[in-house]
Design a protein around this ligand. Structure first.
Ligand code: FAD
Ligand code: NAD
Length: 465
């Protein structure tokens, strides 16, 4: 067996693993990265990037469709058509560009990439069944686990035939007539809305009593209204029981125990993701676990010396930017820098229509911590930019300490609010007070003015409401 010796061995080439490897390479740490599938991981290949491309495509198609009827803008177009094969090629092209870019960045940083599936032998040794055929044994001083996560499968709805995970739902070559989405979380709503805009009949089955149960309820109200407007049917307090015998429907049971069948030629199961901890010998290390995730401290150290874990395999929140931040940090710690993972805010964005963004503490979270806070909101209906881009729905909300006015959290719902996440995080991480945000000149007309007005409103002197 071929052998290789490196200071750092990274298993997994997703946003966590590839960022860790690039930074380690930049810092002069001899590094090897093992990836069994495609560089870029879930995020670039079957997650963040292709899903956002699909959402953009669907939004553009819907907009074109909207202009076939009378509309306030006075634009009239003929009935649009969609070449889905071309659209999929466009989406795949973006993925190809980005994953190719990751390969180039790794090369530039001097990282060796081994393509193949890794099996952990011990905390300093990994065997790789390479795609080329010849197995490799890699010895390392530091082992970084960045193996990501896998979609949760429902026993009554194994993937296959009409039943899909997000991966298959991103690659459909025909628009389903009846798509049933199980789970009204991030994936279910982002993808359900996209396929609805592309022409599918969409029904959503959700076990909880409301959509996006992990999100602030007030924030999700405009998304509820949008689902209704788009004609997506919602079955709350319901669980999927399995495919109907005829194979063209989904059996659903409500919490009142009545069972009904929803027509379905495709079923997307999006009921969460679990850390990928099985199937590659990880058990042999007997690491401490935190539920299904590998337990890590605030430096992403596991319970075994010089074995590290980052990203989805290290648990919630399973978001690409958190994985990247942890990866960068671990590389720097190995290089001898003093670092800790203690962000005040890890922003979360749900790319529904309208979008949702949260950063820092919500009013409820602040209250649960016993903090005395003041909360203020500003509606996009009073923001010139929002009105001029037909995005008057939604609001920005701020949570600040009552005594010092230090900003602790932001929430927003509305068209394009994902881009406010940077401003939200700057304010929180830099310890801004309401007065700081209120005193900054924000360009006009922009959605950012709503952020400033929210701070002004919390101070009791909003100007435009
Ligand atoms: P991953 O990206 O999962 O990468 C892990 C890699 O490890 C994979 O490439 C895998 O092949 C490899 N691997 C695993 N085991 C082995 C082994 N034994 N040997 C070799 N290689 C191995 N997050 C956001 O922040 N924003 C979004 O908009 C967003 N949208 C999403 C949309 C969808 C449909 C999905 C499914 C997820 C989305 N996410 C989003 C979540 C995001 O993709 C993950 O949080 C992120 O990819 C986690 O990065 P990671 O590096 O921990 O793992
Ligand atoms: P999720 O946790 O967001 O939502 C799962 C939903 O399924 C929940 O509402 C839950 O109540 C429901 N559910 C669970 N079991 C059910 C059952 N048996 N029947 C009906 N409903 C059921 O999970 P997801 O949408 O699968 O996404 C997985 C993860 O991927 C997210 O938690 C997030 O970390 C990541 N992600 C992020 C983004 C983003 O950042 N924009 C987008 C997509 C995915």
């Amino acid at each position: 067996m071929k052998t290789l010796n490196k200071t750092l061995l990274v298993i997994g080439g997703g946003p966590g693993g590839y960022v860790a490897a690039i930074r380690a390479g930049q810092l002069g740490i001899p590094t090897v990265l093992v990836e069994g599938d495609r560089l870029g991981g879930t995020c670039l290949n079957v997650g963040c990037i292709p899903s956002k491309a699909l959402i953009h495509l669907a939004g553009e198609f819907e907009r074109a469709h909207r202009f076939t009827a009378a509309n306030p803008l006075g634009i009239r177009v003929q009935e649009p058509s969609l070449d889905l094969a071309q659209a999929q090629r466009w989406k795949d092209g973006i993925v190809g560009k980005l994953t190719g870019g990751v390969g180039a960045l790794l090369r530039k940083a001097g990282v060796q990439v081994v393509k193949g599936w890794a099996t952990v032998v011990d905390g300093k040794t990994v065997d790789v069944a390479t795609h080329e055929g010849e197995p490799v044994r890699i010895a390392c001083e530091h082992l970084l686990l960045a193996t990501g996560s896998v979609a949760v499968e429902l026993p009554s709805l194994p993937t296959g035939g009409p039943v899909m995970t997000s991966t298959e739902a991103l690659a459909l070559t025909e628009i389903p007539r009846h798509l049933v989405v199980v789970g009204a979380g991030y994936i279910g709503l982002e993808m359900g809305m996209a396929w609805r805009k592309l022409g599918a009949d969409v029904a959503v089955v959700e076990a909880a009593g409301r959509i996006l149960p992990g999100w602030d309820e007030e924030l999700t109200q405009p998304v509820m209204a949008s689902l209704r407007r788009q004609g997506i049917t919602l079955h709350l307090n319901c669980k999927a029981e399995g495919l109907a015998e005829a194979g063209n429907g989904l059996r659903v049971r409500s919490n009142q125990a009545d069972e009904f069948v929803l027509p379905a030629d495709k079923v997307l199961v999006a009921v969460g993701r679990l850390p990928r901890t099985a199937g590659f010998g990880l058990e042999s290390l007997q690491l401490d676990m935190a539920g299904r995730a590998v337990k890590v401290d605030d430096q992403c150290r596991t319970s075994m010396r010089n074995v590290w874990a980052i990203g989805d395999v290290a648990g919630e929140p399973m978001l690409a930017h958190r994985a990247m931040a942890q990866g960068e940090m671990v590389a720097e710690i190995i290089a001898g820098h003093r670092r800790r993972f203690a962000p005040m805010a890890i922003p979360a964005v749900c790319f529904t229509d309208p979008e949702l963004v949260v950063a820092g503490l919500s009013p409820d979270e602040a209250e649960a911590r016993g903090l005395e806070v003041q909360v203020a909101a500003f509606p996009f209906a009073a923001n010139g930019r929002a009105l001029s881009v037909e995005g008057s729905e939604g609001f920005v909300r701020v949570v600040a300490r009552r005594d010092t006015h230090q900003v602790l959290g932001w929430q927003a719902v509305g068209q394009g609010v994902s881009e406010l996440s940077a401003a939200f995080c700057y304010a929180i991480e830099m310890g801004a007070r309401l007065e700081d945000v209120a005193g900054i000149i924000h360009a006009h007309p922009t959605l950012g003015e709503a952020v400033q007005e929210t701070a002004l409103r919390a101070l009791g002197h909003a100007l435009h409401i």
